[in-house]
Design a protein around this ligand. Structure first.
Ligand code: 13P
Length: 285
């Protein structure tokens, strides 16, 4: 089994110029689809959970599923808590076995973000858990987090450099113009800013708001230091569309396992395509 934190897998990815997919799961079927897709491609993978999903299932149940499925894969699997503002939920997840957490204090002033992130790094260090932090403010809606377009702020490269010098995080999520959810128009990615942040910060960077970005945008961001790519909304759509679509085509069937099998295949197919696109095929070996 290779159930581990994100540190080694993301350093290797940044160094070798590919990205590890971080996929938000909602249940056992979606977790199984993501881990199996990665395992078939011999790729490292990050299973990501929003705080809302943790609260829905409870940390023990969720961690149990991921650990038992990760045990069946010979390739690295991390379990990461996405966008969490609540230290208590962070503590509970670490106790239950999460290998990685994101403290999202990006809506706070710089010094408060730094202080809270330091606190989380202190809690995480005792359990060998990796930490991601956010700078600037990423727009859009992600589960229980909503940032209006007018409030989204790009990360400042000088702040990113001083932040990472002052606190020992493992991954930085700088706001560079991507947004959570479905893009209303063509996203305007601040590639120059990303390049400058990448020049000043040697850490793996996380690209949020992956749903709807073009292959070319993914490639450019990965080339500029994004070693982790987050995908959530696309999988939520596939989760519904595949299940409902299956029933639409088999109106007289009420066999949930057949619909779940269809959902599993469709989710796995999405994740496989994205892992290939991020260049992570074969990188788990
Ligand atoms: P999307 O929902 O746009 O794929 O973004 C996912 C994400 O960044 C989770 O943190």
């Amino acid at each position: 089994m290779a159930f581990e934190n994100m540190k080694t897998m993301l350093h290797k990815a940044r160094h070798e110029g590919y990205a590890v997919g971080a996929f938000n799961i909602v249940d056992l079927n979606s977790t199984r689809a993501v881990i199996d897709a990665a395992s078939e491609l011999r790729a490292p993978v990050i299973i990501q959970t929003s705080p809302k999903t943790v609260i829905f299932w409870g940390p023990q149940i969720l961690a149990g599923w991921v650990k038992s499925l990760a045990q069946q894969s010979p390739f690295p699997v991390a379990l990461h808590l996405d966008h969490c503002k609540d230290l208590e939920v962070i503590r509970q997840c670490i106790e239950a076995g999460w290998t990685s957490v994101m403290i999202d204090a990006s809506s706070r002033p710089y010094q408060e973000n730094l202080a809270l992130t330091r606190q989380v790094v202190g809690i995480a260090a005792t359990s060998d858990v990796s930490v991601e932090a956010e700078l600037g403010e990423i727009g859009g809606v992600e589960d229980d987090k909503s940032v209006a377009d007018a409030d989204a702020r790009l990360a400042d490269p000088a702040n990113a450099e001083s932040f990472c010098r002052q606190v020992e995080i493992d991954c930085l999520a700088p706001a560079i113009g991507t947004a959570h959810g479905i893009y209303k128009g063509e996203p305007r990615i601040a590639f120059d800013r990303l390049a400058e942040i990448s020049r000043r910060v040697p850490l793996p960077l996380a690209l949020h708001g992956g749903t709807g970005l073009s292959p070319d945008v993914f490639r450019q961001c990965i080339r500029l230091g994004c070693a982790k790519v987050n995908i959530s909304t696309q999988l939520k759509h596939t989760f519904f569309d595949s299940f409902v679509g299956y029933h639409g085509e088999h109106r007289d069937q009420y066999d949930p396992l057949k619909a779940l099998a269809c959902q599993y295949e469709r989710l796995k197919q999405d994740v496989r395509c994205l892992i290939e696109l991020f260049g992570a095929r074969g990188k788990g070996e």
